[in-house]
Design a protein around this ligand. Structure first.
Ligand code: PGA
Length: 254
């Protein structure tokens, strides 16, 4: 576990203004759990309101367009998300890759735009069940991540977080074994060291995501090279999300 675990809630396409009460509750409780860095990525419509409601936790976006502005009906640029209060963007989530056909090159361009707008990035990678069954998970994920990283990344230790999320574990209640997570995170670490050098490569946090819940968080966060968690379903109520944050605080104490 990294020195200060990072627990990020990805609300996906969930949340109207009524959910701001959950954000407030998460924020208030996190003020007493300073050993953990806590953040949430609400839908675009709630970024500004969430940013205004919270004092301690980070607020981010779940995507951005690669261009700063232009004729792209329905899209939101990194500049606009940052202006609304987003301090980071989640990019390359498997739901974006699948539902919107996002290629590695597009993810890299979006990541580049987010950095340009002054945001940090959480870059997602992860294999399908078929790829895992074929024994190709590590080679697939490291190749996918390498091709999705932006070229304008100057201080990876500050700007970059990687999230490993096996597609078959997202929203399914299934998780890889602690050994499999440790092996994948070590392979990702080796890639980061190869790309950014020993010192910076070691400092980039690698989150695990996929069916993280209060009940399994402690075990998953204890796996080798796991620096925190990216949480979907269990981030939608303050109660379950804070259960995970508290598990992270325990591992940071251990
Ligand atoms: P889940 O989603 O926690 O609901 O499995 C994780 C994610 O997609 O980030």
């Amino acid at each position: 576990m990294a020195e200060r675990p990072y627990i990020v809630g990805n609300w996906k396409m969930n949340g109207t203004r009524a959910m701001l009460a959950q954000a407030r509750a998460i924020d208030r409780a996190s003020q007493n759990l300073m050993k953990v860095e806590v953040a949430i990525a609400p839908p675009y419509t709630l970024i500004h309101a969430t940013h205004r409601e919270v004092e301690q936790i980070g607020v981010g976006a779940q995507d951005c367009h690669p261009d700063p502005e232009g004729a792209h009906t329905g899209d939101i640029s990194a500049t606009m998300a940052a202006d609304a209060g987003a301090k980071f963007a989640i990019l390359g989530h498997s739901e974006r890759r699948q539902d919107h056909g996002e290629s590695n090159a597009l993810v890299a361009a979006k990541a580049s735009a987010a950095l340009e707008a002054g945001m940090r990035i959480i870059l997602c990678c992860g294999e399908s069940e078929e790829t895992r069954d074929a024994g190709k998970a590590e080679s697939f994920v490291t190749r996918q991540l390498k091709a999705s990283l932006p070229e304008n990344l100057e201080s990876p230790e500050e700007s970059l977080t990687v999230a490993y999320e096996p597609i078959w574990a997202i929203g399914t209640g299934r998780t890889p074994t602690v050994e499999d997570i440790g092996a994948m995170h070590s392979a990702i670490r080796a890639l980061l060291v190869e790309l950014y050098g020993e010192e910076q490569g070691q400092l980039v946090r690698i989150l695990y995501g996929g069916s993280v819940k209060p009940e399994n968080a402690r075990e998953l966060l204890d796996a080798d090279e796991v620096g925190g968690a990216l949480v979907g379903g269990a981030s939608l109520t303050a109660e379950s999300f804070l259960g995970i944050v508290m598990a992270a605080a325990d591992t940071a104490d251990a």
